[in-house]
Write a protein that binds this ligand. Structure first.
Ligand SMILES: NC(=O)c1ccc[n+]([C@@H]2O[C@H](COP(=O)([O-])OP(=O)(O)OC[C@H]3O[C@@H](n4cnc5c(N)ncnc54)[C@H](O)[C@@H]3O)[C@@H](O)[C@H]2O)c1
Ligand SMILES: O=P(O)(O)OC[C@H](O)CO
Length: 407
């Protein structure tokens, strides 16, 4: 139903939920853009921080002023404009506002950017449900899936269904430290503008309580509140303004399923590549694993999300580019290689070497395999199955080629 157009224009308030290596990087680039587009966005970007005490590292320029006492991470970020724990040595714009209160950080925000390890998203959604604007829109930068009983769900679907909002996905060949240091790369954002957000002739937004087609093309149970006409529409143009930087080239697409699944499943393949390299094999073996991994990824998309994945997505940054970068220079690859070289478990490496950062491949492997096993189709995914076996200590890296010889 059309509504009157005489209300004062509003700007989008943006909150980043999460402040790890990638969460802080995305808060930085988004805050640069909110400053550049004051007509569309409020300048300050809230960044929810999982509060913890940190000691400023001895080699930090802030150490002399701050001393060696433990300090609250939010206070350090707001005072020194640096996330000394998760993104050290990268200056943050002062309009990134670290907030330890989740409910305060999301209050009145019309754009919510979800960016934290996927194992924490359930608890976050539980806490903010009912405390966000009903017409808020989300972008998930999280690479993972949620598996409940016999169902695999995209993180953005889970967020959308739980909070009653629409949520798209951002994923690409993105190493946080490189982007934070403004080294150029590309990314992919998948977003289907819900029909209720399409603007009429006078800029009027759509019908309250309208259903929309979800990532799989089905009519969602969620009744969406349209973004009020006082706000700029949340569409590809506005999202491009929010995320695109000279060093971060954004492609906007509509294939939310393909972008989300490619981002999640490549972490399993990255573990395999690290194991392979730790064992002493090199690029030729790794490219074989990447190829096999991509085939299993596409097979998974086609088997469980039929008719929704656009194969062109695999040629986007979220597809092959992310597969390559993850298997050659990202954390899941680096630390799985280290685990094999040192002869210790991946969980042990995560505990001792990552300073609080998470390897998403460990949980994603377990979740995806539990889903495949529940359906009795695990043997159709030999690489994923092998990675689970290596993580659990029941399969040896040297057996990987044997798997494929048997096919
Ligand atoms: N780091 C990268 O280069 C990169 C790039 C692209 C995508 N991603 C994806 O981004 C997502 C976020 O990863 P990241 O690299 O920012 O995180 P990270 O691994 O660097 O940091 C872990 C984060 O989890 C938080 N945390 C710990 N316990 C928590 C709890 N109980 N509840 C809530 N938060 C808790 C920590 O405070 C910290 O912010 C992941 O899905 C990852 O796959 C990462
Ligand atoms: O460091 P990782 O392994 O979590 O991967 C980071 C990004 O997903 C690479 O695109």
């Amino acid at each position: 139903m059309a509504r009157s157009t005489d209300s004062a224009p509003r700007k989008h308030k943006v909150t980043v939920i999460g402040s790890g290596n990638w969460g802080t990087t995305v808060a930085k680039l988004v805050a640069e853009n909110t400053r550049e587009h004051p007509d569309v966005f409020e300048e300050d970007v809230q960044m929810w921080v999982y509060e913890e005490n940190v000691t400023i590292p001895a080699d930090s320029p802030h150490r002399a002023a701050a001393g060696d006492q433990p300090l609250k991470l939010t206070e350090v970020i707001n005072k020194y404009h640096e996330n000394v724990k998760y993104l050290p040595k990268v200056p943050l714009p002062p309009n990134v506002v670290a907030n330890p209160s989740l409910l305060d950080a999301v209050r009145d925000s019309s754009i919510l950017i979800f960016n934290l390890p996927h194992e924490f998203i359930g608890n976050i959604c539980k806490q903010i449900k009912g405390h966000i604007l009903p017409f808020a829109r989300g972008i998930s930068c999280i690479k993972g899936v949620t598996v409940t009983e016999d169902k695999v769900e995209l993180i953005c679907e889970y967020i959308g269904e739980t909070l009653g909002i629409y949520c798209g996905a951002l994923s690409g060949a993105n190493i946080a430290n490189e982007i934070a240091n403004e080294l150029w790369c590309e990314t992919t954002i998948a977003y289907n503008v819900p029909p209720c957000d399409s603007r009429g002739e006078n800029g009027e937004s759509g019908v309250n309580g309208e259903h929309y087609r979800d990532a799989r093309g089905a009519i969602s149970k969620t009744q969406l509140a349209p973004v009020p006409q006082e706000y700029p529409p949340v569409d590809h143009d506005v999202l491009h303004k929010l995320f695109n930087r000279p060093y971060f080239t954004v492609s906007m697409v509509s294939d939310v399923v393909g972008v989300s699944l490619a981002g999640a499943l490549k972490n399993i393949v990255a573990l395999a590549c690290g194991f392979i390299e730790g064992h002493g094999w090199n690029m030729t073996a790794k490219t074989a694993v990447m190829r096999r991994g991509m085939l299993e990824t596409i097979q998974f998309c086609q088997e469980f999300f039929p008719e929704t994945v656009d194969e062109m997505t695999f040629w986007e940054s979220a597809g092959w580019s992310d597969m390559i970068v993850s298997c050659t220079s990202a954390r899941n690859w680096r630390y799985s290689k280290m685990a094999v070289e040192r002869g210790v478990s991946l969980q042990e490496i995560e505990r001792t070497e990552l300073n609080g950062q998470k390897l998403q491949g460990i949980s994603t492997t377990k979740e995806v395999m539990s889903f495949l096993k529940a359906r009795g189709v695990q043997d159709k995914y030999p690489l994923f199955k092998a990675v689970e076996g290596i993580v659990d200590g029941t399969f040896e890296v040297k057996e990987i080629p044997v798997l494929f010889r048997q096919q």
